[in-house]
Ligand binder design. Structure first.
Ligand code: GDP
Ligand code: MG
Length: 668
């Protein structure tokens, strides 16, 4: 037990006055103060104590030294009647925290022993109020008024008993201790004797009251415990007064004292943080003369306080999630979201439990669930935003990784592989992030968001695949053109007998290489086998077409004439050694001319028809080009005749020139 300073608080305790200043809970107009909450929290600093506090109220006629006693006992500063002026102190109920103890002391003023009547209303109301909140009622009275059955004190006690019956008939109420303090105690009559007289009077009052059904025979001691103490005259027996007061003080302060007054059974079980609200609503009920139903009041208090407690914690909670929200609002994925929010709801619920669990269990449980739901609702907004950010980030990740690898030119099958892994990675990223953001207790799901995500991912994937296929097609087209045109042109520049087998071989080589790349890539993109086969067929035909176009452009009139001319001239204008001829009359111009023309003619015949066995051609090409037989005609007979005619005109010109040159030589 803390050391209690023994000072006369009425005037000397100015230093700590700030700490324990009294509050007029109910003023002379019977209004309840709005300041009690502030006093409990700030001034007295006991709001966190839960049930660890006590309440004592003092009753008794005016000017019987109540306030003087309280100030001595608890080092409070209740107003004391000014000796010189003999002025009455303000009526009402005052409350003050005892120094050095978590005891709230209520000084109930206003009962005037001489003039009752108007005061009876207040007396009844203050009795109801005190019984609802206080564990111990001190009844302060002169020794000499003991036995005056019709005196003011007995009237008061009758009221107390009546309202007690009214208050607590609905429940098994906690007992209340009625503590008689007999003032100006002289010891002439022993305390036990005085107590006996009081008990008799109390029983007579009790018996005269109408009890609720089922409690008709209940003894008064079912509801009250009684204590008695005599306190000598403060001025005429100061030493006796001091001794009695300090003994009494022990009983109110020292828990280990055998006669400690605040027994747990007396406690009204109102957590101290709820005391102001509870007291106020009790008073309001009393004032409006409504039936005071304490269980209902306790439940209402529980609701009110649980709401207040959760409100305070929720505000802090909102402040804590604000930075997360800001990050999410700018599109960031907050990796630690699930962890942080889970921890936050947990600590918030713990904080709620700490204060709210002291209130009515059913209310507390329901309010706790409400509070959890409130937090989950706020967090679900973050959760959904996180899912949205995960969605966007994953899609971006997917496209970025592919953008990078599509720049690396080359085998598109590599890209196809990358497409697969990127797809897998993006989906795994989303799922993992979504799972981590869930608060299990909140019962959230993300199926819908996941399906939206996979849908978009699939679309992106298809887009990427399409683009990659287009790139592939373009690349293959370039490749095949390059691989076909040069070699075929070369072969046709100076055609040999092996011209067509060589051309076919070139086509075959290109076909093999291009279709194998194509097949590999398409399989990588998981294109259906039937479609792959179709694409390969198309490509073969395309290769054939490109090859044929190349051939045909080489066989265009101008080119073909050139080739024929070259062939003819190589024989007619140059000798076997490649030296230009100078014709002499002895030369066989006619014979050479005929041979040269035959050579050119053979060339024309050679290039006019692709002469290879049908089996050498690709079946797909044969089928699609409706090739029924070989040779395949490149130049029709009519065309050949046209070309031949053109060529002959040139050849004849050269022949005539040759003849003339010999005539000229002869003439010299
Ligand atoms: P309250 O109205 O009951 O709160 O009484 P107060 O504490 O204001 O005191 C009323 C008067 O009684 C004051 O003048 C006190 O000095 C005086 N008084 C205080 N204690 C005692 C006491 O033990 N015996 C007597 N006879 N008077 C006292
Ligand atoms: Mg007083």
């Amino acid at each position: 037990m803390a050391e209690v300073p023994d000072i006369d608080a009425a005037g000397l305790d100015a230093g700590s006055g700030e700490l324990s200043q009294q509050v007029q809970v109910i003023n002379e107009l019977k209004e309840f103060t709005p300041e009690l909450g502030h006093a409990i929290d700030e001034r007295w600093g006991i709001a966190d104590l839960g049930f660890d506090y006590n309440v004592v109220a003092v009753f008794g006629s005016q000017s019987t030294g109540k306030s003087t006693l309280l100030n001595r006992l608890f080092s409070t500063q209740f107003d004391v009647m000014d000796e010189s002026a003999r002025q009455q102190t303000t009526k009402g109920i005052w409350i003050c925290k005892a120094r050095g103890s978590n005891t709230l002391v209520m000084d109930v003023e206003g009962t005037d022993g001489r003039e009752r009547g108007e005061d009876q209303d207040f007396e009844r109301k203050s009795a109801l109020f005190s019984l609802s909140v206080a564990e111990v009622l001190i009844v302060n009275m002169w020794e000499q008024s003991v036995g005056l059955y019709n005196g003011a004190n007995m009237g008061l006690l009758k009221t107390v008993f009546e309202v007690n019956l009214q208050l607590f008939q609905k429940q098994n109420a906690p007992k209340t201790c009625i503590f008689f303090v007999l003032r100006d105690f002289t010891s002439r009559t022993p305390l036990e004797k005085l107590a006996g007289t009081l008990i008799n009077d109390l029983k007579r009052i009790w018996d005269s009251l109408v009890k609720p059904a089922g409690k008709e025979d209940a003894p008064i001691t079912d509801f009250f415990d009684f204590e008695y103490v005599g306190v000598p005259h403060k001025i005429y027996a100061p030493e006796g007064f001091d001794k009695a007061v300090s003994e009494l003080r022990e009983r109110f302060y020292n828990r280990r004292n055998a006669q400690y007054v605040f027994k747990p059974v007396y406690h009204k079980r109102i957590p101290v943080d709820g005391f102001p609200h509870f007291a106020a609503s009790i008073w309001e009920q009393i004032q409006s003369n409504r039936d005071l139903d304490l269980p209902t009041q306790q439940e209402l208090l529980a609701q009110f306080r649980c709401d207040e407690i959760s409100k305070g914690i929720y505000e802090r909670f909102l402040a804590e999630i604000k930075p997360l929200r800001q990050k999410l609002d700018v599109g960031k994925v907050v990796d630690e979201l699930g962890e942080v929010t889970q921890k936050l709801t947990q600590t918030s619920l713990e904080a709620f439990d700490k204060d709210a669990s002291r209130y009515a269990a059913a209310v507390y449980k329901a309010k706790r669930a409400d509070f959890a739901t409130q937090m989950y609702t706020a967090l679900s907004v973050l959760f959904v935003q996180q899912l949205r950010n995960l969605h966007k980030t994953a899609i971006k990740m997917f496209n970025d990784s592919l953008a990078h690898s599509s720049k690396i030119k080359g085998d598109e099958s590599e890209f196809a592989h990358k497409l697969q892994t990127s797809n897998f990675e993006a989906e795994a990223y989303f799922k993992k992030g979504a799972e981590a953001a869930v608060i299990p207790a909140a019962g959230w799901t993300y199926d819908e968001q996941l399906s939206l995500f996979t849908q978009e991912l699939t679309e992106e994937c298809n887009k990427q695949r399409k683009e990659a296929m287009a790139r592939l097609a373009k690349k293959l087209e370039t490749d095949m053109t390059e691989q076909l045109q040069e070699p075929i042109k070369n072969l046709l520049t100076k055609p040999t007998r092996m011209l067509w087998p060589d051309v076919l071989r070139t086509i075959k080589t290109v076909t093999t290489s291009i279709t194998s790349t194509l097949r590999h890539s398409l399989e990588g993109f998981e294109v259906e086998p039937a479609l792959v086969a179709e694409e390969i067929k198309k490509t073969k035909i395309r290769i054939w077409d490109v090859a044929m176009e190349t051939v045909k452009s080489e066989l265009a009139d101008k080119h073909l004439l050139e080739k024929l001319r070259e062939s003819f001239e190589s024989k007619f204008r140059y000798d076997e050694r490649g030296i230009p001829r100078f014709w002499s009359p002895s030369d066989d111009i006619d014979g050479t001319f005929a041979a040269a023309r035959t050579k050119a003619d053979e060339l024309l015949t050679l290039v006019s028809e692709i002469k290879v066995p049908l089996s050498e051609l690709d079946p797909d090409v044969v089928e699609s080009k409706h090739i029924k037989e070989t040779p395949i005609v490149m130049l029709s007979v009519a065309k050949q005749e046209d070309i031949r005619a053109l060529f002959n005109r040139e050849a004849h010109g050269q022949f005539v020139d040759a003849k003339r040159s010999t005539v000229a030589t002869e003439a010299r």
